[in-house]
Design a protein around this ligand. Structure first.
Ligand code: CP
Length: 303
């Protein structure tokens, strides 16, 4: 395939191939010499129309570790501000002999639209409330690394499911890999269609924590909410915030994940985020190897 637009389009075999390739790159980037020449004739543009810390830096590092040439574009200080369209922007970047585009955009489907109109590999780095495929790949890769396998594991996604592209991509990836999936949050933050995706729904945070092996805790996406947020952040933290007291009250240990950025004291307290139960920075570390694998496979470098 030419693009990575979403997890929905991938097979379980695709996911396993990405993981096996990422295993090799993880070994490479832990060596004193972290670079391989695989993409040395490839130029990649990271085109970000929305803010990012982890995804943008992780893609840039992945590209540099593969010896690609890299250009970075942020809409905020570009000619988008003068009214240039998405298609014109990307076509102008491609005229400079760019081969691959990694794109984040606030509109669901923006990378799918581009993929129909331009002649370059496209990697979706998050499109609005729709998908964030490389986040789900690094999340499931991290579960596999921590617990040995994803199949048969019980994974619960907590919080703002309705606005979360991380949730949707994770649900697709976890189901394809044979995990049992639950979502937990206030009803106002759970999409009506969620059960049709084959996931369990639990409104009680303690029951959900007791059920799962892995808790993937999501941020409340204030920037995507059209109406006044309900419940308030204070109420959310009171009823759904995950803290050490709550985890200590379970009769088992669970793995805590978060895609970042964390709103400390809202969805997750520091006494959990910084504890040994959390693999949050392992997720970030794994993001580089997983993105190297995606870029390498899309470029056909392994063929
Ligand atoms: N997890 C994630 O996508 O983080 P950024 O928004 O900082 O890229």
């Amino acid at each position: 395939t030419k693009h990575l637009l979403g997890i929905k389009d991938l097979t379980p075999e695709d996911l396993h191939l990405i993981f096996q390739t990422a295993d090799q790159f993880k070994e490479v980037i832990n060596r004193p010499i972290k670079k391989v020449p695989s993409l040395r004739d490839i130029t990649i543009a990271n085109v970000f129309f929305e803010n990012s810390t982890r995804t943008r830096l992780s893609f840039e590092l992945a590209e540099k570790r593969l010896s690609a040439d890299v250009v970075n574009f942020s809409a905020g200080n570009s000619s988008v501000k003068k009214g240039e369209t998405l298609l014109d922007t990307v076509n102008n970047i491609l005229s400079m002999k760019v081969d691959m585009v990694v794109m984040r955009h606030a509109s669901p489907g923006a990378p799918h639209f581009l993929s129909k109109h331009i002649d370059a590999n496209i990697v979706n780095a998050g499109d609005g409330t729709h998908e964030h495929p490389t986040q789900a790949l690094l999340d499931t890769f991290s579960i596999r690394e921590k617990l040995g396998d994803v199949a048969g594991k019980k994974v619960c996604l907590f919080g703002d499911i309705v606005h979360s592209r991380v949730a949707l991509s994770n649900i697709f990836a976890l189901k394809k890999l044979g995990a049992e999936v639950m979502v937990c949050g206030p009803k106002t933050l759970l999409p009506k269609y969620v059960e049709s995706l084959g996931v369990k729904v639990e409104l009680d945070v303690r029951k959900a924590l007791q059920w799962c092996d892995v808790a993937n805790v999501l941020r409340i996406q204030l920037e995507r909410q059209q109406l006044k947020y309900f419940p308030s952040l204070r109420e959310y933290s009171q009823y759904y915030g995950i803290n050490k007291g709550l985890l200590d009250s379970l009769d088992k240990e669970i793995v805590i994940m978060h895609p970042g950025p964390i709103n400390r004291g809202v969805e997750l307290n520091s006494d959990v985020a910084d504890s040994d139960a959390a693999i949050i920075l392992d997720q970030v570390e794994n993001g580089v190897a997983v993105r190297m694998a995606v870029l390498y496979l899309l470029a056909g470098a392994g063929a």
